[in-house]
Write a protein that binds this ligand. Structure first.
Ligand SMILES: C[C@@H]1N[C@@H](C#Cc2ccccc2)[C@H](O)[C@@H]1O
Length: 438
C-alpha cells in the first residue's frame, strides 16, 4: 500500500446508527431547483440540447444575463409542505435538495454572497422550510452542494498561475464558509451530497478538502458525505490510491445502475436517476424516453437488491409547483410502496443466484427474503436456488393476504414456485421464509 496523508479515513462500512439508517432508506428523492428552472432548457426561443440546469454554460447565454434571472425568481406557488407531503406519499425515506448548483445561486440567504434568494423578489429562505417540512414527516434531508461555482469570480477550472492560486485560495475560504454556514443554519440535515468536484482546481486540493471534511464531521457527528467530495494527494477520486473509498458511500452511479454485486465492491452506494434521459432541473420539453412507474420500480428493486439506494429526481417548475408527470410517478410509486415497501426498506443483497424473474432482497438482520417479480416466465414457474442445506419453509404474496404457495422441490435446495395466475398487471412481491434443513 501507498502511505497516504489524504486518502480514505477508514476501510469498510460505517456501522454507526446514522449510517445504518442511511443504508436502510432504499428510496430517496432528489430535488433540482434554482434559476435554471426559469429558462427551463430554452433561451431566446432556442432549445438547449444539454441538461436544463447547465444552460448557463451554453455559449448562447451571456453569464450576466443569466445571473439577472435572480430578479425573476419568485415562486409564488412554492409550498414546502406540499412537496414533502408528495414525497411522503411516494414512500421516500430521504431527500437530497440543491442548495447551490453549478450556477452559484443559493436557495438559502448566505451571508457570503449576494447571489441568493434574499436578493430575489421571493426574498425568503427556501432551504429552511424544506428541511422543516421533510424532517417533521420523518424524511431525512441531505443537502446537495456544488463546489464548482460559475458565479464566483474566484472559481478556477485549474490553477496555472500565481493569480489563479491567490484567487482559488479565496474561493476555498468562501466554500468552507458556505458549508459551515449550511451546517449551522440547518442542523437537522443528515448529510451533504457534493457535486462539481471533477475539475483539476479542486482535485489539487487534497489537503484542504481532507481537512474540511474532518472539520464538518467534527461539527456534525454522524454526518454522511459521499465519495465525490474529494481526491487524494495523487488526484485519485472516489477511491484513493490504495483502492479504498473516500467517503461513506459511492457516489458514482449517476443515471446508471450496477449490474452485479461485485460492481459495488462491498460498499454502500446511491443511484441518482432522472425521469427523462438527462434532465435534472425543470425542462419545458422532455425529449426522448420518459421512464414509467414500472421501469422506475424495477430500477428501485435492482438498486436495493445490490445494497444501494435509489434516488429519483424531481425538477420543480419556476412557480414552485411540481410538474404533472412527476406527481403522477410519485402517486404510482407510492401506490406500489403502500403494498410492498417492506421489501424495500431495510433491504440488502440476499446472496442468492440471480433469476430472470426479478430481484431478491434480504431483510437486514433476518432470514426473510423477498422476491420482487417483474418478469413472469411463460411456464408460470419461478425458479429459486438456495444455498445448500437451506429449505423454503413458507412463501406468500405481499399483495394478496392469504395468497400462499407450496414450492415444488426439483433438486437440492432448488425449487419451482408455481404461480396461480398467468397474467400480472404490476410487479409483485413474494415473501420467502427459509429454514436450515441440515
Ligand atoms: C446530479 C447531477 N450532476 C450534475 C452533472 C453533471 C455532469 C457534468 C458533466 C459531465 C457529466 C455529468 C447534474 O447537473 C446534476 O446535478
Amino acid at each position: 500500500t501507498i502511505a497516504l496523508q489524504h486518502g480514505a479515513h477508514g476501510v469498510g462500512r460505517r456501522r454507526d446508527a446514522a449510517m445504518e439508517k442511511w443504508r436502510a432508506y432504499g428510496l430517496g428523492q432528489f430535488v433540482h431547483w434554482g434559476l435554471y428552472s426559469i429558462p427551463a432548457g430554452e433561451w431566446n426561443g432556442k432549445q438547449y440540447n444539454g441538461a436544463a440546469e447547465w444552460i448557463k454554460s451554453w455559449k448562447e447565454v451571456p453569464a450576466t444575463t443569466y445571473d439577472s434571472l435572480m430578479y425573476q425568481f419568485n415562486p409564488t406557488k412554492f409550498n414546502a409542505e406540499s412537496w414533502a407531503a408528495t414525497a411522503k406519499q411516494m414512500g421516500v425515506k430521504y431527500v437530497t435538495i440543491t442548495t447551490k448548483h453549478h450556477d452559484g445561486f443559493c436557495l438559502w440567504p448566505s451571508k457570503y454572497t449576494n447571489f441568493t434568494v434574499a436578493n430575489s423578489p421571493y426574498k425568503k429562505d427556501i432551504i429552511g422550510p424544506l428541511v422543516k417540512a421533510y424532517d417533521r414527516r420523518g424524511i431525512d434531508v441531505i443537502l446537495y452542494f456544488s463546489i464548482m461555482d460559475w458565479h464566483n469570480p474566484d472559481w478556477r477550472y485549474d490553477i496555472k498561475t500565481r493569480e489563479d492560486s491567490v484567487a482559488f485560495d479565496r474561493f476555498k475560504q468562501f466554500t468552507r464558509n458556505q458549508l459551515l454556514e449550511l451546517l449551522t443554519l440547518y442542523p437537522a440535515a443528515k448529510g451533504l451530497w457534493f457535486d462539481g468536484t471533477w475539475d483539476k482546481s479542486w482535485v489539487k486540493q487534497a489537503a484542504f478538502a481532507d481537512s474540511l471534511e474532518k472539520e464538518m464531521r467534527a461539527m456534525r457527528p454522524g454526518l454522511i458525505i459521499g465519495s465525490r467530495f474529494r481526491a487524494d494527494e495523487y488526484g485519485k477520486r472516489h477511491f484513493d490510491s490504495n483502492g479504498n473509498m473516500m467517503g461513506d458511500y459511492e457516489q458514482g452511479w449517476e443515471r446508471k445502475i450496477p449490474e452485479k454485486i461485485t460492481d459495488v465492491h462491498g460498499n454502500d452506494w446511491d443511484c441518482v436517476m432522472t425521469v427523462p434521459e438527462n434532465q435534472w432541473g425543470y425542462s419545458k420539453i422532455w425529449k426522448g424516453h420518459i421512464k414509467t412507474t414500472d421501469e422506475l420500480l424495477e430500477m428501485l428493486a435492482k438498486c436495493v437488491s445490490l445494497d444501494g439506494n435509489f434516488v429519483l429526481n424531481f425538477g420543480p417548475k419556476p412557480d414552485g409547483t411540481l410538474r404533472t408527470e412527476e406527481l403522477d410517478l410519485a402517486k404510482g410509486i407510492g401506490a406500489w410502496m403502500d403494498t410492498n415497501s417492506e421489501a424495500i426498506y431495510n433491504g440488502e443483497y440476499a446472496g442468492l443466484v440471480k433469476q430472470d424473474w426479478g430481484y431478491y432482497v434480504k431483510k437486514t438482520g433476518t432470514n426473510k427474503i423477498y422476491m420482487l417479480v417483474f418478469n413472469v416466465p411463460v411456464s408460470g414457474a419461478l425458479n429459486v436456488v438456495l444455498p445448500s442445506r437451506t429449505a423454503i419453509s413458507k412463501v406468500y404474496d405481499l399483495g394478496g393476504p392469504g395468497l400462499s404457495y407450496v414450492p415444488e422441490e426439483i433438486g437440492t435446495s432448488t425449487y419451482f414456485i408455481h404461480l396461480k395466475q398467468q397474467t400480472f398487471k404490476r410487479p409483485f412481491v413474494l415473501v420467502l421464509e427459509t429454514a436450515d434443513n441440515s
